[in-house]
Design a protein around this ligand. Structure first.
Ligand code: AMP
Length: 552
């Protein structure tokens, strides 16, 4: 664990992500894209500028900017008391709540790095993340969605020696006697807002997870400078200002909800963030009316539910100006319905935790709003759409989207091999997404070359699930593919060859197995298709293209 003094991260965790080459970094600073401030400094500025304005609404609780800043100082003292300091990674797995926000900024005060762990992540993912980041602590909840996070935390802390503290936003239950366990609410300790220079603006502010295509998700280190720039340009594209009220519906730990534009961009301009307790459209519509919500973000899976609820709702949605939709492809016809049936503007986006964020302009004509996933938010995003040999294709032709820019990673966290596969020598990140670029610069997503399923916005790396399920005693071999689905956009299909003597394998069997090995529930295949043998390529590898032809 880091020694708590004025150490910045530079000597520790920071070295685990590749730097932007000096000429790029200098340019981004000279242009004023990177403003040279940490998020801790920013929060103090916001507290000063927006003082008594409401920053966060979480059920009955409201925090002004000044209160938010003060709470983060208190919690930082408590966390420091546990030995958490500059350069320490801390898993943050909390539902949409004020605690998430306060914890995130308290960690910023200390130069510690929140690892954005998804609420659905279970033992396999969490223990991997803890080990890969050598996490010092785990901040989580007691129970959520009928799952006891304390049991998971105890198990992970037993396995990962660096993890000396488990902090529970709630009740310790059976773990009260475990001296690694602490109640988050007990860690608010008064003290000065003076933690020394715990982080530099070029240090890692947070670690996000990539959807991944191989094995476990990769980690993405985002710096204070680059993430704040992302926040600013994403907010500008949606014209956020002090009157903006952002409703956070999707998990707050998603890059999409947190910063695209999301929570941080709203704080930047002094707006109000409202946290939805769940994704139920009726609940969200009530909150829109009650809090005067002006913008929110959903995924294509929620879009039809919003359309249904729209027909019956008594809630007044008059304040709502923007419905942002992304994280998976929104069907054009669904987009048109949203445009027709809501008074708010549809804003389509294409974004990724690795950086690049595209969004339609609010005043784009309806055809562009309905059929494209937007234009990069920064004029310094360098886009190349390339063919399989890396040659740029003309506008209008389909190719892989690659990008270099002031907020797109130059490499994954502590993963030089993955970096070499994903980032070209001249610094372009290869997204694995197939797009077409129009002359106007708008991008249209037409597919994907990465071995990934986008299940209603949740990304599933096929090889991760295949790896886990090959251990199933009834399975000789398995391949996971995505298939179009009306509700999810895409569902996951498991092609399996059964062991001799086994006649049947159901979806439930696979779900039980994935749960038993500690994989998130959403990764369990939706459909099982038993085949006699796996088609192979001439080189003897599994032929997924042949399997794809068997899909509906
Ligand atoms: P994540 O980093 O989990 O946000 O996932 C990023 C990936 O989500 C992108 O590389 C795309 O594959 C996918 N994605 C995001 N937005 C869209 C969209 N509007 N249409 C299609 N795919 C999308």
């Amino acid at each position: 664990m880091a020694i708590v003094d004025e150490t910045v991260q530079t000597a520790t965790i920071r070295n685990l992500i590749p730097d932007w080459p000096t000429e790029f970094a200098d340019r981004y600073r000279e242009l004023g894209l990177w403003e040279g401030k940490t998020f801790s400094t920013r929060l103090d500025e916001w507290a000063h500028l927006y003082a008594a304005r409401t920053a966060v609404v979480d059920g009955d609780r409201r925090l002004t900017y000044r209160e938010l800043a003060a709470r983060t100082v208190e919690l930082a003292h408590g966390l420091r008391g546990l030995g958490i300091g500059a350069g320490d990674a801390v898993l943050l797995q909390l539902p949409n709540s004020a605690e998430f926000i306060v914890s995130w900024f308290a960690l910023q005060r200390l130069g510690a790095v929140p690892v954005h762990t998804q609420p659905g992540h279970r033992h396999l993912e969490v223990s991997y993340l803890a080990g890969a980041t050598r996490a010092a602590a785990y901040i989580t909840t007691d129970e959520f969605a009928r799952f006891d996070h304390r049991l998971l935390a105890a198990q992970v802390a037993d396995e990962v020696p660096s993890m000396t503290s488990v902090i529970i936003a709630g009740d310790l239950g059976d773990h009260a006697a475990d001296d690694r366990f602490h109640v988050l609410g007990d860690l608010y300790v008064s003290g000065d807002n003076d933690f020394g220079a715990t982080a530099a603006p070029s240090d890692i502010a947070l670690l996000l997870l990539s959807g991944g295509t191989t094995g476990m998700p990769k980690l993405i280190g985002r710096t204070h400078d680059d993430y704040a720039y992302n926040s600013r340009v994403a907010g500008d594209r949606s014209r956020l200002d002090a009157d903006s009220v952002y409703l956070a519906i999707l998990p707050i730990a998603f890059n999409y909800t947190w910063n695209c534009p999301g929570v941080l961009s709203t704080f930047r301009v002094g707006g109000k963030v409202v946290l939805a307790p769940n994704q139920d459209p009726a609940t969200c519509f009530e909150l829109i009316e009650a809090e005067g919500v002006t913008m929110t973000a959903i995924n294509p899976q929620l879009a039809p539910m919003w359309l249904d609820e729209r027909e019956f709702t008594d809630s007044d949605l008059g304040s709502l100006k923007i419905i942002e939709i992304g994280s998976a492809r929104l069907a054009d016809y669904e987009a048109r319905r949203i445009i027709d049936e809501f008074d708010a503007t549809l804003q389509q986006i294409l974004g990724m935790s690795e950086g690049l964020f595209c969004a339609t302009h609010l005043d784009d004509d309806p055809e562009l709003l309905a059929t494209t996933q937007g234009v990069p938010v920064s004029e310094y995003d360098e886009i190349r759409v390339v063919d399989a040999d890396g040659n740029v294709v003309p506008d209008g032709e389909v190719g892989e989207l690659t990008v270099r820019g002031p907020y797109t990673l130059r490499g994954y966290f502590d993963a030089p091999e993955q970096t070499a596969k994903a980032v070209t020598e001249d610094g372009f990140y290869c997204t694995g997404d197939l797009v077409r670029r129009l002359e106007s610069g708008h991008l249209i997503v037409s597919g994907r070359i990465k071995d990934q399923i986008n299940r209603g916005g949740e990304k599933i790396a096929a090889t991760e699930v295949e790896g886990a399920l090959t251990e199933h005693p009834d399975i000789r071999s398995i391949a996971i593919l995505g298939e179009p689905d009306d509700t999810l956009g895409e569902r996951s299909v498991a092609f399996v060859v059964l062991e001799d003597g086994v006649d049947e394998l159901t979806r439930r069997d696979l779900a039980t197995f994935t749960e038993s090995v500690g994989l998130s529930a959403y990764k369990a295949p939706d459909v099982v298709r038993v085949v006699g043998e796996m088609p192979l390529t001439p080189l003897g590898k599994m032929d997924k293209n042949a399997l794809r032809k068997l899909l509906g």
